[in-house]
Ligand binder design. Structure first.
Ligand code: CP3
Length: 346
């Protein structure tokens, strides 16, 4: 067996080891707060075309790593490539966000074919291979996908914002919603397995819209599908650790951490480290949870907030991260400052 000390720090923590200072990466670390990303982004007219260009996606991943000594790279892609590959129309409106032709506008939902979707996603796996070949050995590569419910809500409503319509659909058209989620579970499992085959060292499931669900619905549309997704991944031969990030799930993160089969829990901004520690299985790695707004403000406020996070997660295997994605208003200088603070320890 390989010397465990030679494993990237992020993977050691995912295996349950406490590493001091903790490894750090930042959700959405490639993106619009970097001037070089904004420049690169102009080379492709549509955001999806950008995602499907292995050369552009690889360059976007490498940009933050050239500036900051981060412990992980995350594939540059989007959770909405899955509906796109399933045949739903997906586009991005500048300054507003994603749009899809909403399933809720149709009587009969065309759900698409998982096998075909995976064929269409070939450029994503090519990007993973290229990224892997570019990384230093100590930097772990994270593959990702959206959680089944989060992707389903986009497909149902055609956009972000309030999720009331998607939630009503769970009651009004339960069989249709189950069928949709089943297609997403299968497609997402194959999508993640293909990323691992191409070189991803670990995986993250972004269940970004986990808030506002009563426990029975949370079980039905989040916990059970995620459990099936992870079981399916394991039957496909995937052994790498999986981080689940149920943003906004509040009191239900314990059920999520214990019942889905995830190996590490992403903790959002509003959740206390103590609560996560208490409800997660013993020894589970926790990832989080600095307020992304501190990276807009910088200075002492950033430093103070970062130290609070370091202290709060001191007794757990911890991966330092934000509690949600970095915003376009954050500055590269502030992120550089944060990495210095974290690498310096408490
Ligand atoms: O660096 C990384 O983290 C990897 C790349 C990544 C993107 N999206 C790139 C992106 C990842 C992991 C995602 C995940 C994603 N996409 C989520 C889950 C995480 C979260 O934020 O909750 C969600 C909900 C989406 C859907 C999505 N894609 C939205 C809501 C938006 C609009 C955001 C905005 O502020 O406009 C996108 C577009 C998107 N995805 C951008 C990037 C860099 C910006 C578009 C651009 O650069 O033109």
């Amino acid at each position: 067996m390989a010397d465990p000390e030679s494993l990237p720090a992020l993977l050691r923590v995912l295996n349950g080891e406490r590493v001091d200072p903790p490894p750090i990466w930042v959700m959405r670390q490639a993106g619009r707060y970097l001037p070089e990303y904004r420049e690169l982004r102009t080379r492709s007219k549509s955001f999806l075309d950008f995602c499907y260009s292995p050369a552009l996606a690889t360059e976007a991943v490498m940009q933050p790593l050239r500036r900051f000594p981060l412990d992980a790279a995350i594939l540059f892609s989007d959770i909405l490539v899955v509906p796109d590959a399933l045949g739903q129309k997906v586009w991005f409106v500048e300054g507003e966000g994603p749009r899809l032709t909403p399933l809720l506008g149709e009587t009969n939902w065309q759900l698409g074919d998982p096998e075909k979707a995976i064929q269409r996603l070939a450029p994503v796996y090519e990007a993973v291979e290229r990224i892997k070949a570019n990384l230093e050995p100590g930097v772990a590569l994270i593959g990702f996908a959206g959680g089944p419910w989060t992707v389903a809500t986009y497909m149902l409503q055609g956009r972000g914002g309030e999720k009331d319509e998607a939630r009503r659909a769970v009651y009004e058209r339960p069989e249709d919603v189950d069928a949709l989620i089943n297609v997403l579970v299968e497609t997402t499992a194959q999508h993640l397995a293909a990323q691992v085959k191409a070189g991803a060292d670990c995986l993250q499931i972004f269940e970004s819209w986990a808030e506002g669900l009563p426990p029975s619905v949370f079980q039905r549309v989040i916990i059970q599908p995620t459990r099936r997704l992870i079981e399916r991944l394991r039957t496909l031969g995937v052994t790498v650790p999986i981080v689940g990030f149920p943003r906004g799930a509040g009191a239900q993160i314990g059920a999520y951490a214990n019942e889905t089969g995830i190996n590490a829990l992403g903790v959002d901004t509003q959740t206390t480290a103590d609560f996560a520690f208490e409800v997660a299985p013993e020894g589970m790695a926790l990832q989080g949870n600095l307020d992304p707004q501190t990276l807009v403000v910088g200075g002492n406020a950033l430093e103070h907030a970062a130290r609070e996070v370091l202290i709060a997660f001191k007794s757990a295997p911890h991966i330092f991260n934000l509690g949600h994605g970095i915003t376009p208003q954050a500055t590269p200088e502030n992120l550089a400052h944060l990495v210095r603070v974290v690498k310096g320890g408490v």
